[in-house]
Design a protein around this ligand. Sequence first.
Ligand code: 4AD
Ligand code: MG
Length: 465
Amino acid sequence: MDYKTRTKIARILLDDAVPVDSDVTILGWTRTVRVSKSVAFIEINDGSCMGNLQAVISDPGKFPVLEQILTGAAVRVKGRLVASQGKGQKYEVAATAVDLVGVADATYPLQKKRHTFEYLREVAHLRVRTNTFGAVSRIRSKISYAIHKFYQERGFYYVHTPIISTSDCEGAGEMFRVSTLDLKNLPMVNGEIDWNEDFFAAEAYLTVSGQLEAELAALALGDVYNFGPTFRAENSNTSRHASEFWMIEPEMAWAELDDDMDLAEDFLKYLFKYALEECADEMAFFNNWIDKGVCNTLENIVKSEFERISYTEAIDILLKSGHDFEFPVAWGHDLQSEHERYLTEQTFKKPVIVYDYPEQIKAFYMRVNDDGKTVRGMDVLVPKVGEIIGGSQREERLDVLMERMKKMGQTDFETYQWYLDIRKWGSVPHAGFGLGFDRAIMYITGMANIRDVQTFPRVPRWAKF
Ligand code: 4AD
Ligand code: MG
């Protein structure tokens, strides 16, 4: 069978690049099939865009194959592109040939009706064929491209930091071990596991962040960014935590916290604008079916300034709010999701950047302020999703960094020797952040659960597909 002469539906519906009366060959999956004595309609989606193309068969009696074409089948339809008689669509195909390429029987799990997202997670191998997950997948792809475009246009170099790591960037110990040792027969020395016998002759893990290596690259290349998978073995069963997710981590030499916040704000606005302009069909879908008003929200954010407040000011606002929080508000405690949401949804009704956090609740690498109590960290919080970006100005002073590491009990200086080394030779102020890609996609689409914006989510007790 000839698959080479196909016309993608996006060329017809999105690009408007195929003139009426052209001969077209459509390859796709049937969404609905309606057959009567006098006419048959097959609605086809080929994944290239939101829209389906309808094939019209005016003498169905001559197409016995129609009886075997059910929802979900793969078909090839040849015919002439014509202006549609029906409403809601500009074009349709007057079919002259219909071939069944791949059958789908009545057990196909995605029959034409609304399915719950919970059900669709169980059939994640098929759900990308639904409108919602097709749209999410295309947005993920387009936003990935926009991310590269944003940084490349600004002279940042894309670096590839390792996935397998022997350090713990966030110091939280939430790492997946990488080992080839036989769990049933562990090599022991002095009553302890002999990691020297393991593949890397050291304890190794999947990375929780590429930041430490990105810092090294920034101190050579100036401005860099990393965009890759990260892994967290935190046992949080929430709608915003995944065990595997993608992160974008820019890192700038010669930069301080203000530059970092400026970059974060510009970056997010760029992505939101890009989604509105370059994914208009998908965004219209999310706006109608998933989160009414999401387009308007993004448009307003692009036009306005993010709020910037210090952690101390944030605590003040929360204390004065009189709101009854589940977790108590007190200076020195980490902000909980409910606190973050209060600030973005109730107080400011827009994205908020909180900066200068107490040192005891932030990672070892953040630059210590002159007050000795706070560090130059910043989080970008957005309504509904909460924290979407975490970043900081890094501690570039070797002595202060080592002091802080000691204080935090992170005294394994040998493991971090390379990270410390860079502070010995040619250290400069530098700053960066990490944007959770999947959380950004949640915010852009209005999808409420991270399990429904990742193609094959990995969460505690779930790594199927
Ligand atoms: O705040 P985090 O832990 O910061 C870092 O990892 C820094 N080393 C980044 C840097 O400065 N280069 O994570 C950054 C972002 C969070 O704001 C959140 O959006 C996302 O990563 N994130 C998660 N997304 C999904 N599931 C999880 N379990 C996540 N943990 C963090
Ligand atoms: Mg964080």
